[in-house]
Design a protein around this ligand. Structure first.
Ligand SMILES: C[S@@+](CC[C@H](N)C(=O)[O-])C[C@H]1O[C@@H](n2cnc3c(N)ncnc32)[C@H](O)[C@@H]1O
Length: 240
């Protein structure tokens, strides 16, 4: 949580302007198998033209070229180890799911799971979701998932949370009217901010409580939260 980027060294692989990213981009050493997933699979699963290096004019993506047809496209923000994304891809083969995750060890874990599950309806942006927001056509996403976002518990860090207008306004723009936006968290104060901020960005709260969605699968962070005695909380919003 410490490698803040610097204006003169803009990590973020081509953000159009400098953006802070406070999370981790790499962790402990990867297994040789995980390195081979990254070198062999990522290039074909990565939508071309998300980074400013590849697409300095920030032309909008044509999502039908990402999945080969005009299927509905869903978005998972910060997929971690990828268990929810792969589960959703297997459950809904008629949909395409784009996942974003700047933590490269998580990307490698996802790629291993994609191989094991044999799913072919996923695309992976190994970076910040804000880069993707820049190039997603308006109304192009039919559903979005935010599972266990980084909690940033200190009050002075609350503005780093995903559920701030800086993130929610571009998310709203990318979502189609009527699209569902799901948020899961184990941090009561994160849910408080979610319930306050998401409606301000143009979403209607549909459901909120301790019962998970019927097609939910528990993620790594949820399992950790349960082991440590924290209680999952789920909210469903509808984009107006
Ligand atoms: C607490 S983890 C949860 C991971 C996973 N969703 C789960 O439930 O196990 C939050 C994840 O969000 C990712 N993340 C943070 N900021 C992000 C951003 N701007 N774009 C995409 N992912 C981000 C982090 O790298 C981290 O893996």
């Amino acid at each position: 949580m410490s490698d803040e980027t610097h204006p003169e060294d803009p990590e973020g692989a081509g953000a159009p302007e400098w953006r802070n990213f406070y999370g981790r981009r790499a962790g402990k050493t990867m297994r040789p198998s995980q390195k081979s997933y990254l070198s062999e699979d990522l290039e074909t699963l990565r939508p071309f033209g998300v980074t400013a290096e590849e697409n300095p004019a920030r032309e909008l993506l044509d999502l039908s070229t990402v999945f080969g047809d005009a299927r509905p496209v869903w978005l998972e923000i910060g997929f971690g180890g990828g268990e929810h994304m792969v589960h959703m891809a297997a459950t809904y083969p008629e949909v395409g799911i784009i996942g974003c995750e700047p933590f490269i060890n998580g990307v490698a874990m996802l790629l291993g799971k994609i191989r094991a599950a044999g799913v072919s309806n996923l695309a992976v942006h190994p970076g910040d979701v804000r880069e993707l927001f820049d190039v997603l056509p308006e109304g192009s996403i039919a559903k979005a998932f935010l599972n266990y976002p980084d909690p940033w518990p200190k009050r002075r860090h609350h503005r780093r949370r995903f559920v701030t207008q800086d993130h929610l306004v571009p998310l709203h723009r990318a979502l189609a009217p009527g699209a569902e936006f799901r948020v899961a968290t184990d941090i009561p104060d994160y849910m408080r901010q979610t319930l306050e901020e998401v409606p301000k960005a143009g979403f209607l709260l549909e459901e909120h409580g301790p019962t998970a969605w019927k097609d939910w699968i528990s993620t790594r962070y949820e399992k950790k939260a349960l082991r440590e005695g924290r209680v999952p909380d789920y909210a469903t919003f509808r984009r107006l």
